[in-house]
Ligand binder design. Structure first.
Ligand SMILES: [Zn+2]
Ligand SMILES: [Zn+2]
Length: 106
């Protein structure tokens, strides 16, 4: 069981949860990030099989006119604390959304 933490700003205390069936809608009072928590669906790591996962916010980008990429939405993803250690370490510093592994092409 991992502890509940805002994937966007790291807040642990100011989180509001509203149960909705099996899911929990969580709102962070500190930064306003909202996400849905499915207590049964925190994935195990597909590389090492570990369950030590940490939430992070990932950007969904679209290519707008020209070659500019703009963030159209964010989603919460779960990263492995051992396999993705370096990504998580830099994410915790700035807390800016992770960019997708594959950027859209024309
Ligand atoms: Zn937050
Ligand atoms: Zn792993």
């Amino acid at each position: 069981m991992d502890e509940l933490q805002c994937p966007a700003c790291g807040e642990r205390d100011g989180l509001l949860g509203h149960r909705r069936g099996d899911l929990i809608d969580v709102t962070c009072e500190a930064c306003g990030q909202q996400w849905v928590r499915d207590p049964n669906a925190i994935p195990d790591c597909d590389r090492c099989g570990g369950a030590d996962m940490e939430g992070a916010v990932k950007a969904i980008v679209e290519k707008s006119r020209g070659s500019q990429l703009s963030i159209v939405a964010t989603q919460v993803v779960y990263l492995c604390r051992s396999c993705d250690e370096r990504v998580l370490a830099s994410y915790r510093v700035g807390r800016s959304p992770l960019m997708p592994d594959q950027l859209p092409t024309e």
